[in-house]
Each structure stands twice: as structure tokens, then as C-alpha cells.
Ligand binder design. Sequence first.
Ligand SMILES: Cc1cc2nc3c(=O)[nH]c(=O)nc-3n(C[C@H](O)[C@H](O)[C@H](O)COP(=O)(O)O)c2cc1C
Length: 213
Amino acid sequence: MKKTVWMAAAAGALLVFFAGGCGSAAPAGESAPAQEAPKAAAEAAAPKQAGPKKILILYYSLAGGNTKSIADQLQQATGADIERIEPQTPYSGSYDDIVAQGKREVDEGYRPALKDLAHQPEDYDIIAVGTPTWWYTMAPPVLTLLSEHDWSGKTIIPFQTHAGWPGHTLEDMQAAAPGAEFRYPLQVQFDHQTLASPQADIDSWLADVKTIL
Ligand SMILES: Cc1cc2nc3c(=O)[nH]c(=O)nc-3n(C[C@H](O)[C@H](O)[C@H](O)COP(=O)(O)O)c2cc1C
């Protein structure tokens, strides 16, 4: 029952969300379709860059580890470097405490300070960025991450986990990382810690990502 607090609040908010006709996110449980790469034509004409592209996976995941489980699958499929981003002050207290703190932080656009990364996104061509959904958007540590780096010329592969209300997470990630090309966004639903989206959607995403390495 630990998710009842945000779910109860979410139920009220959702009425407004759907009644307002603002539901641009993919339906719960469906992975969003792969986006067309804006520069596809130019890329096709240009000589292919020699050698494999360097890929880094950066993700945030609370204790439940849903987002970690997707990050781990991507790491196994690609052999990428992988790192969990960590706020300098870890979230603590009960789940309900964290839900309440998360709401305050999301409402304020708060960016918690992060521990130093062992891997720098600047050293990679492609960075997969994973987040749980917190109040219809990315978790605040991921907002910090995206805000603190120059993503110009980088490809970002965003992935999010959620419990049925993915919100505007992917759009917000894109807005927080100007200059990056976003490809192959993925949304995965969990029922608590149980995968609710088809594993086949994740497998298909993994195969798509491998095509650009
Ligand atoms: C602070 C907080 C806010 C949440 N807000 C949402 C939400 O808006 N929509 C949703 O579907 N799930 C929401 N959830 C549930 C998580 O997104 C979901 O359980 C996710 O898979 C957890 O990933 P993790 O185990 O990697 O942290 C929220 C969870 C927390 C802790």
C-alpha cells in the first residue's frame, strides 16, 4: 500500500489531466514509438563514422530498482558503461515521506546537488538517461544531471519507468537538454516491482538501440 499517497493525489490530478485533453504521452504500458531522427537524410548521405559509437548509461532509481532493471538490460545488450546518479543527500524516510518531498521538489523545479560522476557524458557519443516518473516528470536528480552538462551534438536515449501515469516526462527531458538529439524513447510500466509492460517492447527497444552503435 506504499504508493497510495501519490496515487490518491494522482487520481484527482488525472481527472483534470484527461478532462483537459492534454494526454500527449503514450498510453500506459506502451513503449513510445521510436522517433524519426531529424538529420536522417544528412546522415545517410555522409560517410559512416568509423568504429563503434561510445555509449554511456546514466540513470536514477530509488530503492525499488525498476529503472535500474531497464538500465541493466541495456547494459547487457550493448556492453555500455553504466552509472547510477546519486544525490549528495540521498532520499530517506518512509515512501510516503519521499513522495511528499518529491512533490515539493518537482513543484519548485528543485535540482538536488549530485555526487561527482565517474563517467563524463562529454566523453561519449550516445548517453542513455533513465528516470523513474516523479509527479508526471523526471526525478529531480535527473533534472540536475540534464541541466549540468552541454548535450550539443550528443544523442540521448531517454527511458522512464512509471506506475501508469507517465505524464510529460520525455518532453521535459528534451526541454532540459537542448542541443541533444533524442532517439528511441522508452516508457515502461511497473506494478510496484513487477513489470507490467510487455518484455517484448523492451526487447524491441534494445534491438533498436543496437542499430545505432
Ligand atoms: C515521489 C514519487 C512520485 C511518483 N510519481 C509518479 C507519477 O507521477 N506517475 C507514475 O506513474 N508513477 C509515479 N511514481 C511511481 C514510480 O515512477 C515507479 O514506481 C517507478 O517505476 C519507480 O522506479 P525506481 O524503482 O527505479 O525508483 C512515483 C514514485 C515516487 C517515489
